[in-house]
Design a protein around this ligand. Structure first.
Ligand code: ATP
Ligand code: ZN
Length: 525
C-alpha cells in the first residue's frame, strides 16, 4: 500500500454456525437472512470507499440433524453464495473422517485455513496456513488457527496422523514466512481457539487472549475468534459483559495492541469491524454485533405473548431460499419419521449427564448392550447432547441426542482388565465431557482406583470374562478413555449409535422413564 494514504477495510465475521443454515421456528438467524444482511453491510462498506472480508472462525459442522444428515453441504454452499472469503478449522470439523472434510473443502469456494495443523508422518501442513486478499489496494493476509484441544474433543480415530502445534509459536513462524514472502500490509488471525476473560483458560488450551499477550507487539493486527460461543463485548478491561443484549453497543477486547472479536454462535450475529490503515497503523473506527432476526418474547395486556425482533426484521434472500429449500425438505422428509414414544422425561441436559447417572444414559446403554449382548456398558456423558421430548419420538429427536454417528462396539475383557478400565473411567471428574455413564455397574471410586465392583449385581471376578459395550469414540480413546479398539476381543458392530437406539426405542415403546431410573450405585469418595 502507498504511504500517507488512508485505506478503509472491514471485517464481517461469524463463528460456530454448527449446522444452522436454516432459521428456527421463531424465524431467528439462518443463512437466507444472513445473505441479505451481508450484502447490505458489504455495499455500505464499499460506498464508504472500503473493502470487506467475510470470515468464519470455524465449527460449521455438527449440531442440527438436517445439516448433519447432509454433511453440512447446505451450510457450505450457502456460505459460497454469501461470498465467504475464508474459514478457520474448528474442532467439530473433525467429527467426521478427514475424507468428509476434504469433500466439504471441494464444495467450498473459500479456503479452510489452519497454520498449526500438521500431518505427523510427513511433518507437512495439512491445510493452507493463510490466504491473501487485496481490498482496494490494501494487502491483507488471513492466517488460520485450530485449537490443540481438538485432540481431546474430537474422535481420536480421525486424528491419528494429525498434529496440532502450539498456536503462539506457529503464528510467529507463519508471520515470519509472510513477512519474508507476501509482505502483507495487515495480518488478521482467524482463530478457533476460544476466548477467556483475562486469559484464564482453566483446563482448556490457551485461547485468543493468551495468544495476543504472547505475541511480540505488532505481529498481528487482530484476532477474529470462535469456539467459546461468546458475544464478545467488554464491560471493562479484561472482563466480558455477560449480560450484553442484542442491539446494545459492543466494544471488542484489545490485548497487547491486538483486537479480539467473536460473534456468539449459530449465525445469531454478524460481527462488523470497520478499520482504517495508514502508514502501517491499523485503527478501529467502529464495531458492532448485528443480530440476525433474534427475537424476545413480550407479554401482552391480555396475557398472550408476542415475539419481537430486536432490530428491524431482515428479509430472507430469495436466491438463498431457492438454494437451501430442497436440502431442508430432503432432510426433513428423512428426519420427521415416528420411531416410538416416551412416557416421562428422559434427561440429557449438560448439567445432568456430566454430573450424575441419568435415565437417558441407561436407555442408550441398554440399547447398546442389547445390540452386542454385553454384560455392562459405559460411555461419556458428554456424548449425550440433548433430552428426549415427552410423547412422540421422531428420528430427528434421537439424532439430536446422538449426533456424532459413532458405531456401537464391544470388547471382551477379563475381570482384571475390567478393573483397570474402570479405575480410569470411573475417576473422571464431574463437569468433564468424559464423565462416565454406566449400565449394570456398581462401584466405589476413590479418585484413582475403584473397589467393590459389581457387574449386573455380582462381584467382579478376576478370571471371569465380561463383555463391555461402548461407542467407537470412547473405544478409540476419546475423552481419555483407555483404548480398547486394538484389543484382541474387540468387535465393531458396524451399526451407528443413533440407529441402535432407534431400533431399541421401536421395540420398547412406549418407554417409561421410571423403568430406566439408574439403580446401580456409583459411589465416589
Ligand atoms: P465447541 O465448544 O467447540 O462447540 P463442544 O460444545 O462439543 O465443542 P463440549 O461441550 O466441551 O464442547 O463437548 C465436548 C464433549 O463432547 C467431549 O468431551 C465428548 O464427551 C463429546 N464428544 C465430542 N465429540 C464426540 C464424538 N465424536 N462422539 C462422542 N462424543 C463426543
Ligand atoms: Zn469449537
Amino acid at each position: 500500500a502507498e504511504a500517507d494514504r488512508t485505506y478503509r477495510f472491514s471485517i464481517l465475521h461469524t463463528n460456530d454456525e454448527h449446522g444452522h443454515f436454516w432459521y428456527n421456528a421463531q424465524g431467528e438467524y439462518g443463512l437466507a437472512a444472513q445473505k441479505t444482511l451481508m450484502d447490505t453491510l458489504r455495499y455500505d462498506v464499499q460506498a464508504k470507499g472500503g473493502g470487506a472480508l467475510i470470515l468464519s472462525a470455524g465449527d460449521v459442522n455438527t449440531g442440527v440433524p438436517e445439516s448433519d444428515e447432509l454433511s453440512a453441504e447446505p451450510d457450505i454452499r450457502g456460505m459460497n453464495l454469501i461470498g465467504y472469503d475464508a474459514m478457520a478449522l474448528g474442532n467439530h470439523e473433525f467429527d467426521n473422517p478427514l475424507e468428509v472434510l476434504r469433500q466439504q473443502e471441494s464444495w467450498a469456494r473459500f479456503p479452510f485455513l489452519a497454520a498449526n495443523l500438521y500431518q505427523k508422518s510427513t511433518g507437512e501442513r495439512l491445510f493452507k496456513p493463510w490466504a491473501i486478499f487485496n481490498r482496494m489496494g490494501l494487502k491483507i493476509a488471513v492466517l488460520g488457527l485450530a485449537t490443540p484441544d481438538t485432540a481431546k474433543l474430537a474422535n481420536p480415530a480421525h486424528l491419528r496422523d494429525v498434529e496440532f502445534r502450539d498456536p503462539v509459536s506457529e503464528t510467529e513462524k507463519a508471520v515470519a514466512e509472510l513477512r519474508a514472502g507476501e509482505k502483507p500490509d495487515v495480518i488478521v488471525v482467524l482463530s478457533h481457539l476460544g476466548y477467556d476473560d483475562n486469559g484464564e483458560h482453566g483446563s482448556n488450551a490457551p485461547g485468543d487472549v493468551t495468544l495476543a499477550r504472547s505475541l511480540p507487539p505488532g505481529t498481528v493486527a487482530m484476532i477474529v475468534g470462535g469456539h467459546s460461543h461468546d458475544t464478545l463485548c467488554m464491560a471493562k478491561a479484561n472482563e466480558r459483559e455477560k449480560a450484553w443484549q442484542p442491539g446494545a453497543a459492543c466494544q471488542p477486547d484489545k490485548q497487547n495492541g491486538v483486537w479480539i472479536m467473536q460473534a456468539g454462535k449459530w449465525g445469531e450475529y454478524v460481527g462488523r469491524g470497520d478499520f482504517t490503515w495508514r502508514n502501517g497503523e491499523v485503527a478501529l473506527e467502529s464495531y458492532a454485533l448485528v443480530p440476525v432476526n433474534l427475537k424476545h418474547q413480550i407479554k401482552n395486556a391480555d396475557g398472550s405473548e408476542t415475539w419481537l425482533t430486536w432490530q428491524q426484521e431482515i428479509p430472507k434472500n430469495t436466491a438463498m431460499m431457492k438454494l437451501l429449500m430442497p436440502y431442508q425438505k430432503r432432510a426433513e422428509a428423512r428426519l420427521n419419521v415416528d420411531v416410538g414414544s416416551a412416557q416421562g422425561q428422559f434427561n440429557g441436559e449438560r448439567e445432568q449427564v456430566r454430573f450424575t447417572q441419568t435415565n437417558l444414559g441407561q436407555l442408550i446403554l441398554r440399547a447398546q448392550m442389547a445390540k452386542t449382548q454385553a454384560d455392562f456398558a459405559v460411555m461419556s456423558g458428554g456424548g449425550i447432547r440433548a433430552s428426549l421430548p415427552v410423547g412422540k419420538l421422531s428420528w430427528r429427536d434421537l439424532l439430536q441426542v446422538q449426533p456424532f454417528g459413532n458405531q456401537v462396539v464391544s470388547v471382551t475383557l477379563t475381570g482384571t482388565e475390567v478393573k483397570k478400565y474402570l479405575d480410569v473411567v470411573a475417576n473422571i471428574k464431574p463437569d468433564a465431557g468424559g464423565f462416565a455413564q454406566f449400565a449394570r455397574v456398581s462401584l466405589v471410586a476413590d479418585g484413582s482406583t475403584v473397589s467393590d465392583v459389581r457387574i449386573n449385581g455380582q462381584p467382579l471376578q478376576e478370571n471371569k470374562t465380561y463383555r463391555l459395550a461402548t461407542n467407537s469414540f470412547n473405544a478409540a480413546g476419546g475423552d481419555g478413555y483407555p483404548r480398547i479398539d486394538t484389543h484382541a476381543g474387540y468387535q465393531n458392530s458396524g451399526s451407528i449409535d443413533a440407529e441402535v437406539l432407534r431400533d431399541y426405542v421401536k421395540a420398547h415403546s412406549p418407554l417409561k422413564a421410571a423403568d430406566y431410573a439408574p439403580t446401580e450405585t456409583i459411589h465416589t469418595l
